[in-house]
Design a binder for this molecule. Structure first.
Ligand code: FES
Length: 272
């Protein structure tokens, strides 16, 4: 500020239009619990998924393929009979094939409106909670690089649709036995069914999906089908946070299940 300015100009929560309260906040409840639990949950998933994605092993136990490795796009993939195993990347690719595909679901979740709120609060304390001032001096929101890139979320939504279709295909293949005969069902099939239901519910409840389905319309009365679909998506959208967590857990459980069966920890119980 200029030297003659009696009051230094401030931005963010310290702006002059805010109430001049000395205390950092006036909340007396355990407001830190939610961001701490969020950070712990997200961190646990990041550690687990990084370990599994880089391990490049135990991701296929016929007929189940781990959702972290599907579709498998490299020549070094384990052969999966009938599974989505397309060798777009030749023998030059020596790293884990999971890295090729995880960028899409990861990008979808990283740019998700709910997860943004979760990790801005949990990791950056920006802000830590409602009515608790953030510790940062400046606030530019998502108007500058790199956070302005969060706007690509809609395009990750389209990629996530493709990934959900592939995981649906994997779930259909889970109705085979270990000899690839159809008409069987094991505990793994149930795990995959629950996972794909939650993955679809989370994907369809996306805010971008809601806008694609019902946005930019002047008259709902002239678009009854889109109006009906928008209502359905809106109902799911109201549960977006819960679906984000439920599908995050279910995808990790589906992967863990494949890992346990593939590594020989236990046999997949078969119901019929
Ligand atoms: Fe969360 Fe799109 S807003 S997935």
């Amino acid at each position: 500020p200029p030297a003659t300015d009696p009051q230094p100009r401030r931005t963010g929560v310290r702006t002059g239009t805010r109430a001049a309260i000395a205390a950092p906040h006036l909340r007396t409840d355990r407001w830190w619990l939610a961001p701490a639990a969020t950070a712990a949950g997200l961190l646990a998933f990041v550690v687990y998924s990084t370990w599994r994605a880089l391990s490049n092993a135990d991701y296929y136990a016929a007929p189940y393929v781990s959702p972290f490795y599907s579709p498998c796009l490299a020549e070094n993939c384990e052969p999966m009979r009938g599974g989505p195993n397309w060798e777009l990347f030749g023998s030059w690719w020596g790293l884990s094939p999971a890295i090729l595909i995880l960028v899409f679901p990861l990008g979808f979740r990283l740019t998700c409106y709910y997860y943004r709120k979760a990790y801005y609060r949990g990791f950056w304390a920006s802000p830590p909670a409602c009515a608790v001032a953030e510790p940062h001096r400046k606030y530019t929101g998502e108007t500058r690089f790199p956070l302005v890139l969060q706007n690509v979320h809609r395009y990750f939504f389209y990629a996530a649709l493709l990934v959900a279709l592939v995981l649906t295909y994997d779930t259909v293949l889970a109705f085979r036995d270990e000899h690839y005969a159809w008409g069987h069902m094991g505990l793994g099939t149930v795990v995959f069914l629950v996972n794909i239901a939650l993955i679809w519910a989370y994907t369809v409840s996306c805010h971008s999906c809601r806008h694609i389905v019902g946005g930019k319309l002047k008259h709902f009365s002239r678009h009854p089908v889109r109006y009906r679909m928008w209502q359905w998506v809106g109902r799911l959208n109201a549960r977006h946070m819960q679906l984000a967590w439920a599908s995050l857990v279910s995808v990790a459980v589906a992967d863990l299940y494949v890992y346990l069966v593939a590594s020989g920890a236990f046999d997949d119980p078969r119901f019929f």
